[in-house]
Design a protein around this ligand. Sequence first.
Ligand code: COA
Length: 391
Amino acid sequence: MPINGSTTTPTAAVEVPRGLAGVVVTETRLGDVRGYEGFYHYRQYSAVELAQTRSFEDVWHLMFHGELPDAGQRSAFAARTARLRRLPDEVLAALPAIARAGALSGPLSGLRTALSLFGAAKGFRPVYDIDEDRRREDALAASAVVPTLLTALYRLGQGLDPVEPREDLSYAANYLYMLTGSEPDPARARAIEQYLISTIDHGFNASTFTARVITSTGADVAACLVGAVGALSGPLHGGAPSRALDTLDAIGTPDRIDGWIRERVLAGDRIMGFGHPVYRTEDPRSRMLRGIAQQFGGGLVEFAVEVERQVEAILAELKPGRELHTNVEFYAGVVMELCGLPREMFTPTFAAARAVGWGANILEQAQDSKIIRPAARYVGAAAPVPVPALG
Ligand SMILES: CC(C)(COP(=O)(O)OP(=O)(O)OC[C@H]1O[C@@H](n2cnc3c(N)ncnc32)[C@H](O)[C@@H]1OP(=O)(O)O)[C@@H](O)C(=O)NCCC(=O)NCCS
């Protein structure tokens, strides 16, 4: 029997904006994004300040345990996560086949498969059936192994052997080491570490929401992460950094910026690396990454700064009142290029950092027993009509 006037669901139907924009669906202690201020934070700290002053492991600890580590916790947590980098034998053995099958689609789609296998190999159980400590162990194990899976899949795709993780290197340095096979220069490792910290979490974005929806069903941690990776892979979410750099390549020279951008915008295309669903001012991640890029300097950085200046002016003219600025992806692409990351690893690198944020969100969501189950307005043919007889 319908109640509260709704004819489709047993509770009152509530109209919300398209894309759920601005709809508050839960509470979180993990952080927030203030779109009009150009500010975001992890727990009580500015995320940009954390990126400028702390290690990736420190911020991981903050997200998973609710506080920044003291000196003892710091080394214990770093050692613990470093030990978790190694892959189970059965997963390592399957990676060449996953890489071969995904030769055309790249390491991120391989990660979906490999993470799923990892959860099965580790015997992950539904978060519904395990206590908080066990969930944290699963989330820690899964997020620690993502860089190993991604770099191994990338190298196999290139016809190279995977490089075993090293426990004596930091998360970021080990990531670059596993990718290239040689120890990275400290400035580049630190630049990538700052990028990784700055992308750990960012409000209720599509992949985080996806992870939380799956968690709300009580599924295991790997299932939640696999869904989140799928959501992140879309070009409107995490798939933009290599496309932003492709745009710089396509423009080519400063004299072509104006004509190239105008033509695309007037044709209704979106310029990759610009615009954001929440920020109505400069993206603070973009500001930080531009600073990092400028410390390295060089032609690419100067060109990117000029493209940013002109695109912002053109978008302000052609899309008045929309406040379209560079988002994280624009300078992320530039920084990753400067640090020697291949383009097909840009979005996977984003995924590695975000796996920590998803893990923290999974842990938080698992404490809430309510399943996330919204409704849709049915707009199809009037029902019911009799099912046509066969023949
Ligand atoms: C990020 C993004 C999906 C946000 O989308 P959104 O919040 O839905 O923004 P809207 O669709 O409301 O855009 C508002 C207007 O600005 C335009 N716009 C938004 N981003 C634009 C861009 N990058 N280039 C050109 N125009 C853009 C839209 O076409 C729209 O114009 P309209 O009102 O005339 O239709 C969007 O800005 C985009 O596609 N950017 C490029 C991809 C990208 O960089 N993704 C990484 C995100 S971190």
